[in-house]
Design a protein around this ligand. Structure first.
Ligand SMILES: [Zn+2]
Length: 176
């Protein structure tokens, strides 16, 4: 039986609709929007970026890597990020899930129960600029005043993060 022109047209339209639905599903899967509904955390975990990438570059990279969008519209895994200039970015609210610290012995725990604070640069190779440290200090002081405990990535899992210079700075300033 030969198909009428109308039947062919309907088939074509159905196929197009199916493709559209699949595309929409991919978009929604990529936008695993997080909801700020976790209990207020009491720990800050400090990181260094490990390279010279600024906020926008890391955000873009994490967008394609995970597509884990925050309620503020960013994809970067840290809650907060400070650039060399001292500029502070708030990417996630403190009480929403991050993607900054994975402990295989305790899956999901740190991303749900701590604030990930990252700084630009590789602090294994160099000290952070003074502008960055001024912002970092004011952030950490504010968290300490609210009863938060300050930790760094390497205290939780074996990693050199956040680099020896920043670790020294954290010790010198009595955060750890
Ligand atoms: Zn780290």
């Amino acid at each position: 039986m030969t198909k009428t022109f109308l039947e062919k047209l309907i088939e074509k339209a159905k196929l197009k609709l199916l493709i559209l639905r699949l595309q929409l599903r991919v978009i929604f899967l990529r936008q695993k929007l997080t909801i700020p509904n976790l209990p207020e955390p009491k720990i800050v975990v400090v990181h260094h970026g490990g390279g010279n990438w600024g906020f926008n570059k890391i955000n873009k990279s994490h967008r394609f890597k995970w597509g884990f969008k925050s309620s503020l519209g960013y994809y970067i895994g840290y809650h907060k990020f400070i650039e060399f200039t001292g500029k502070l970015y708030i990417a996630r609210r403190d009480n929403e899930e991050g993607a900054h610290c994975v402990d295989p012995a305790n899956p999901g725990y740190w991303n749900k129960n701590s604030v990930g604070l990252g700084v630009q640069g590789n602090t294994d190779l160099q000290n952070s600029p003074e502008w960055l440290l001024i912002t970092l200090k004011s952030e950490l002081d504010s968290y300490v005043a609210r009863g938060f405990e300050i930790k760094y990535h390497g205290q939780i899992v074996p990693t050199t993060c956040p680099g020896r210079y920043l670790k020294e700075w954290l010790k010198d300033n009595r955060y750890i």
